[in-house]
Design a protein around this ligand. Structure first.
Ligand code: GSH
Length: 300
């Protein structure tokens, strides 16, 4: 696997955000781009933990660094941020660019099992296996054994499911120490976005989609140590349209016996789906992960 090529660099908050491009095996040989925010501590040679951010439908690897307001807090905490893209691009599949909620920028962070998507639409493998290898090939002091994950909407779904699946796997490709989400698609098998994605990408359709559904998975990790934070605005149009379904996730959490301290889900009046909402709660999410990632230093 060739090392990623750096294509941009901007100094920010005494650290630096670098954009890389790489040819991905998981994505069937397509080129993909990702951003890495490297805090000052890492530029000085200290090992720093890593927080992955998965963006939502229609987004790219640039949306969150530009609009999320995460860099100031990550710099203050001395943690690296990694921003991958939301799907493969340029697979050349008919209909790939037709809809904003399927195909390009709508990879749903799964491994497709249905033709013709299965050759390229494997964001799950890319994120859990290939991206960590690509990151370790960079000459940066990233401590990948201390990784956590967060995201928005489709990316909130991705963050919760990658985390919960890592807790369930006997030897996960990546172990995430915590997960958080802004307005996640929390029960995709029960909403239009999820049904469309699972029917389109998975040969087993919505039934197979259960393995990528946070509300299904939270019950399966019963008894394990779980650290999740979720924030949702009730002024969110997609919440109102029942695409997010946080109440279903809360009910499954309660049924599995998790406390609202370990799996915290907050509903906020007035806030919508936009990055105005995300940037409001960004500092709390960074603090949540930073505390867990820093506590793990020297213990893993
Ligand atoms: N394109 C959709 C909206 C899609 C949307 O809201 N995407 C969210 C993620 S699900 C987002 O983060 N968009 C980018 C942005 O707000 O900058 C529409 O026009 O209704």
């Amino acid at each position: 696997m060739p090392a990623p090529e750096q294509v941009a660099e901007n100094y920010s908050f005494d650290g630096v955000i670098r954009k890389f491009k790489a040819t991905s095996t998981s994505l069937g040989g397509l080129e993909t781009q990702f951003n890495v925010f490297v805090p000052k501590e890492a530029l000085d040679g200290q090992k720093v933990p890593v927080l992955y951010y998965l963006a939502g439908l229609t987004c790219t690897e640039d949306t969150a660094p530009w609009k999320g307001g995460f860099l100031r807090d990550a710099a203050a905490e001395g943690i690296a941020l990694v921003f991958p893209d939301t799907s493969p691009r340029g697979a050349g599949i008919e209909g790939e660019e037709k809809d904003w909620d399927f195909g390009t920028a709508a990879g749903f962070y799964l491994n497709a099992t249905k033709d013709p998507w299965s050759k390229h639409y494997n964001m799950y493998d890319f994120l859990t296996s290939e991206l960590p290898s690509l990151l370790s090939s960079l000459s940066l002091p990233l401590d990948l054994s201390r990784s956590s994950i967060f995201g928005h909407s489709m990316g909130g779904h991705g963050a919760l499911t990658l985390y919960l699946k890592s807790l369930l796997a006997s030897s996960p490709p990546t172990t995430y120490l915590s997960a958080s989400a802004f307005a996640p698609i929390a029960n995709p098998i029960k909403c239009q976005w999820g049904e469309k994605a699972f029917k389109g990408y998975l040969s087993g359709g919505v039934e197979e989609g259960k393995e990528y559904d946070a509300t299904e998975l939270i019950g399966q990790v019963k008894g394990k140590e779980v650290k999740i934070l979720v924030d949702v605005g009730t002024g969110d149009i997609f919440y109102k349209q029942k695409q997010l379904l946080p109440e279903n996730f809360i009910a499954a959490r309660d049924a599995a016996g998790f406390s609202s301290k370990d799996v915290e889900v907050n509903l906020h009046e007035h806030y919508d789906h936009s990055y105005y909402f995300i940037s409001t709660f960004a500092p709390a999410h960074i603090r949540f992960h930073a505390q867990i990632l820093k506590n793990a230093a020297g213990k893993l």
